[in-house]
Design a protein around this ligand. Structure first.
Ligand SMILES: *Cc1c(COP(=O)(O)O)cnc(C)c1O
Length: 435
């Protein structure tokens, strides 16, 4: 009863994200009462395995005692203070630790990923302007790239469903070929294909570097593209090419940061440092909204001046929120204290072995990077994604396929028995959903 009432009130009062609200005439919302580990519970006690980490944010499970305790402790001291003209312990500590972990610094905070993407684009443009390079005003990104939904971030995003409607509002940007290894030709290696794509980037910048401020990219995995994975050599080459042509490299690690690809940050696998790094999603373990842009001393120094207008005057009300920073600090503590990256390697190896149980089904491009798994389902059903989503929910599984791509991006606390269950349920779903 309570359940039905909440559904009705939500549909009346809440405009849900990324949703044609009319679909809820036939597809019920799921009201969640509580969470524990990888599980979400509704009001009837039915549970759902959160195999997408609640849109890729939850790293260490719902109701995590350590993150919760850190927030409670901070709550008794200071919930928030404006960060212009003021500072506080959690934001300083977090900035110092992120700097030590990334080799970048001068942390600039916001509350969501799209804002971080916007900040990096504005900073890059403003850097070149402060240096007198007024013509460097264009951005380039990858085909099928995703950087958020606000107008600036959407301008460098290349997902038709999100972008086309708003095209008249957006600044044109240019997309480079994606090194997505699903696109390799027969006999070609993922590495060779990535190098081909990098050659296109090079010839583009050879011609257009004078007008280009930055290249923004999702390192190693293009999430919203359907977990497109590519060889790290592309990042290495992109770094060299951007250096050669004086174009900033922006690493959008919003989805892939914090261990998702197997290293703490994806850029580490190419041994490169971006000029800007955007972080969000997992940064607070999925507890509170927080994002950050880190950059180089060189960029920072170009803004440091007696002139106010040469400074970066961007701001958000909740910039550097103390509670969110305390959640992020607790998240970093867990990485350190539990040797999470090593534990994840063991889990990934187990999962990879068990995933072989799916290979006799009509799927292709079974792939894995770190704690992300994906495969493409061979079906002509244009409604596959919604039908699979709904069928999965009935089985107590939260999966949100992107087109024909089914992916797993579970919280790192997932246990072996839960992985087994996830794969077995997915196997049954594929058998019943794919004709
Ligand atoms: C989710 C995401 C964003 C946007 O973050 P929001 O918090 O949803 O605004 C940007 N870039 C990438 C790579 C993402 O996955």
């Amino acid at each position: 009863m309570q359940n039905n009432d909440l559904l009705k009130r939500s549909l009346h009062a809440v405009w849900h994200p990324c949703t044609q609200m009319k679909v809820h005439e036939t597809m019920p919302l799921i009201p969640i009462q509580r969470g524990e580990g990888v599980w979400l519970y509704d009001f009837d006690g039915k549970c759902y395995l959160d195999a997408v980490s609640s849109w890729w944010v939850n790293l260490f499970g719902h109701n995590n005692p350590r993150i919760k305790a850190a927030i409670k402790l901070q709550l008794d001291k200071l919930e928030h203070v404006m960060l212009a003209g003021f500072t506080h312990e959690p934001v300083v500590q977090l900035s110092e630790r992120l700097s030590a972990l990334t080799g970048l610094g001068h942390c600039f905070y916001a509350s969501d990923g799209a804002s971080a993407a916007e900040i990096s684009l504005k900073m890059s443009f403003h850097y070149w302007r402060n240096l007198g390079h007024d013509k460097k005003i264009q951005f380039i990104s990858l085909q099928n790239g995703y950087h958020g939904e606000t107008l600036g971030a959407l301008s460098v995003t290349d997902v038709a469903l999100f972008k086309d409607t708003y095209a008249p509002l957006l600044r044109p940007s240019v997309q480079m070929p994606s090194p997505d290894w699903r696109l390799v030709e027969a006999g070609e290696s993922a590495e060779a294909y990535a190098l081909c794509c990098a050659a296109v980037l090079e010839s583009y910048l050879a011609q257009h570097h004078g007008a280009t401020a930055a290249f923004i990219i999702e390192p190693l995995v293009q999430g919203a593209a359907g977990m497109a994975m590519y060889d790290a050599i592309y990042l290495k080459r992109a770094r060299e090419i951007c250096d050669r042509y004086q174009v900033h490299l922006i690493a959008d690690e919003i989805a892939v940061g914090f261990g998702r690809t197997g290293t703490l940050f994806a850029c580490e696998q190419a041994a490169i440092k971006a000029d800007f790094m955007c972080l969000s999603k997992g940064i607070t373990g999925g507890y509170l909204p927080l994002s950050v842009v880190l950059t180089t001393d060189q960029v920072y120094q170009a803004f440091y001046d007696d002139s106010v207008a040469r400074g970066f005057l961007h701001s958000h009300s909740y910039t550097g929120n103390a509670l969110a920073c305390s959640a992020a600090l607790a998240t970093l503590d867990i990485f350190e204290q539990d040797d999470v990256l090593h534990g994840n390697q063991v889990k990934a190896a187990y999962m990879n072995a068990e995933m072989q149980a799916l290979t006799d089904l009509p799927i292709k491009y079974l792939r894995n990077t770190g704690m992300i798994w994906a495969f493409d389902v061979q079906t002509g059903d244009t409604n596959f994604s919604r039908q699979f989503y709904q069928a999965a929910l009935q089985k107590g599984l939260l999966l949100r396929p992107i087109g024909n791509t089914v992916y797993f991006m579970p919280p790192y606390v997932i246990a072996e028995a839960e992985m087994d269950w996830l794969i077995e349920q997915t196997r049954e779903l594929l058998i019943s959903c794919v004709h």
